[in-house]
Design a protein. Structure first.
Length: 463
């Protein structure tokens, strides 16, 4: 091990203290990121109403695509950077930061152009009914302009955290989100600009976060980021993508599931007493509330990245294992609290986002309690998936990231409504039961995988 790594706090300070240092700002950053959508949902629900809420749900897959890109190259770049720093490869490490910056900006511009050119076909593909389409079109035609900014702001915050500045990473997200809240109130509630006002507020907030991240890159602590570091290189890009793929796939899987679920809710909702728009609007709110809880779990998972990566690179296996154990304990405690809130207060939570018909609240309460029934187990999978990725085992991390969404939830959303209809129940109810089944199986598989990883560490220690 090189001498400049012997005194690095990532390899010497108590794990609990390090986790608080990195996870707390990460949690706040993730909560703030989730607030962008929640805040829009709040103001739109109270002014535009049910159709506006449904429209933001239709637009959600594009936001998820941007988040997937930022995680792929933000987490992947940060993990590559810290693994190389832990191994003493300082000069090589900075190339992963510069490469990630360029690739994220490029992909952001591509997604913006593609979204604006194919806007209406995309929204229809995402499941927009005719009465929701105009609202979704108005909203996304503006938010699409902010895609490059939000990708670099979110992805760049991981690179800032990897440089040992978790608080500044948090401030970047916090500044944009607070501005978004203020402007949402001004544009939507005071000026009455509806969907367009919420979209403009979101983009302005994203630009502010973007500007702060860019400023930090110009003052990077570990090494100066020069023009040569920004030039994309095949090996660097592929290595970054490989380590960020688990997080990316997790978000892409969420996007695919969201699209399929939107279409299923619209179709089976139209065949039920609720109609097409009520399931769409309710599920949008509930998924975003769940994302608020889940962002805390992901924040803890992202907080372990520099600690686990550095100590794995430095071959300190006991510290790597302890990092996981403390993090998964935190996530389980958070998940139990969220489970109790979702089961005990569903109507109070849904009521925050505006009023609705009696059928609206009946469906919302039912969906809340059933769809999120296994919440108390949901902190295990993101921690395990991220942990495997950042210690240099991306295949396991990618597999785990796909278990809940693609391997289990997606088929269940398709199959269960058909089974329910055949049994004489409403098909829309089958969608609700898909999630708890998928959550349970994904948690069990995560436990099996992490036990195998730990056994591998024990063998390396004795070798």
């Amino acid at each position: 091990m090189k001498k400049d790594n012997l005194d690095n706090p990532l390899g010497t300070e108590p794990i609990g203290r390090l986790l608080r240092k990195f996870a707390v700002p990460s949690i706040i950053s993730m909560l703030v990121t989730s607030l962008y959508n929640i805040v829009d949902q709040f103001f739109i629900g109270r002014t535009v109403g049910e159709l506006g809420n449904a429209a933001t749900n239709i637009a959600f897959p594009l936001s998820t695509m941007c988040l997937a890109t930022s995680l792929a190259f933000g987490v992947g770049g940060a993990a590559s950077f810290n693994l190389n720093m832990g191994a003493g490869n300082r000069k090589k490490a900075i190339y992963f930061v510069g490469n990630a910056i360029t690739v994220m900006l490029t992909i952001g511009v591509i997604i913006t152009i593609f979204s604006l050119i194919f806007l209406e076909p995309l929204l229809k593909f995402f499941g927009a009914p005719n009465n929701v389409l105009p609202y979704a079109r108005e909203y996304v035609s503006i938010t699409a302009i902010g895609f490059p900014f939000v990708i670099l702001a979110n992805g760049g915050s991981h690179l800032v955290r990897a440089d040992g500045s978790p608080k500044f990473s948090m401030y970047c997200n916090l500044a944009g989100a607070l501005l978004n809240v203020i402007l949402d109130y001004l544009f939507v509630m005071i000026m009455g600009k509806g969907m367009a006002g919420a979209a403009i507020a979101t983009v302005i907030g994203q630009i502010v976060s973007f500007a702060m991240v860019v400023w930090y890159f110009a003052h990077y602590k570990t090494a100066k980021i020069e023009r040569r570091h920004l030039r994309p290189r095949r090996y660097t890009t592929l290595r970054t993508l490989r380590l960020g793929m688990a997080q990316c796939f997790n978000q892409l899987a969420m996007m695919v599931v969201q699209i399929v679920m939107n279409k299923s809710l619209t179709y089976y909702g139209a065949l039920s007493v609720y109609g097409a728009s009520i399931p769409l609007a309710c599920s949008g709110i509930i998924m975003k509330v769940n994302q608020l809880y889940f962002s805390i779990c992901i924040g803890v998972a992202q907080g372990i990245q520099p600690i686990a990566s550095f100590n794995r690179g430095a071959q300190k296996y006991d510290r790597v294992k302890k990092t996981y154990k403390i993090a998964v304990t935190c996530n389980t405690a958070i998940s139990v609290i969220a489970f109790l809130a979702f089961q005990l207060f569903p109507l109070k939570i849904i009521g925050i986002f505006g009023s609705g018909t009696e059928e609206y609240f009946i469906f919302a309460e039912k969906f809340f309690r059933i769809f999120l029934f296994m919440t108390f187990l949901n902190g295990i999978q993101p921690i395990t998936s991220t942990f495997c990725t950042v210690i240099g085992e991306p295949n396991k991390g990618t597999f785990l990231s796909l278990t809940r969404q693609i391997i289990f939830l997606l088929p269940l959303i398709v199959v269960l409504p058909l089974i329910f209809i055949k049994a004489g129940y409403q098909g829309v109810d089958g969608i609700m039961y898909a999630a708890p089944i998928a959550d349970f199986i994904a948690a069990v598989i995560s436990i099996v995988v992490i036990r195998k990883v730990f056994r591998g560490f024990d063998k390396l220690k004795t070798a």
